[in-house]
Structures are given as C-alpha cells and as structure tokens.
Design a protein around this ligand. Structure first.
Ligand SMILES: [Zn+2]
Length: 81
C-alpha cells in the first residue's frame, strides 16, 4: 500500500474537486455509483490507488457494483495491453 501519494500527483480536475466537496453523503446509491464508475475505474488503473473514498466504500459494501467495477477493470486492462 502506498498512501503517501501527494494530492497534486492525482491531478484532479476542478470539476472533480467540486464534486468531492459537494458530496457529503457517506454512502452512494447504486445509481450514483454507476454514474461515477467510468471515471473511478480509469483513475484506479492510472494511479493504482482509489481516487474516491466514497465510491470505494460503496464498492466494498455492494456486491453488484463491485462486480461491475471488476469487469470494467478487466476490460480496460485488456484494452491497454
Ligand atoms: Zn451498488
């Protein structure tokens, strides 16, 4: 686990920062989760760490969404090879 990655390194867009600041819900709905899935999985592949703790938390608690994330990860990995 590498947790000492600086925030600047993650290169969040201003929009992403806004979204993070606005979102005070500790638990996403599955709809929200699916909306963010693309961005989340892409960032995960790029940085190797989860860019969105809220999303992460939903995925830990939701089998449906975490399976979706897993298959999307697998697809994107294949694409980039
Ligand atoms: Zn879900």
């Amino acid at each position: 686990m590498t947790e000492n990655r600086s925030h600047a390194e993650r290169a969040l867009s201003p929009r992403a920062v806004d979204a993070l600041l606005l979102d005070t819900t500790p638990w996403l709905s599955c709809d929200d989760c699916f909306t963010r899935m693309d961005t989340h999985v892409e960032a995960l592949l790029r940085t190797g760490t989860s860019p969105d703790p809220v999303m992460d938390r939903h995925l830990q608690g939701c089998v449906a969404c975490s399976e979706e994330a897993e298959s999307m990860l697998a697809l994107l990995r294949d694409d980039s090879l």
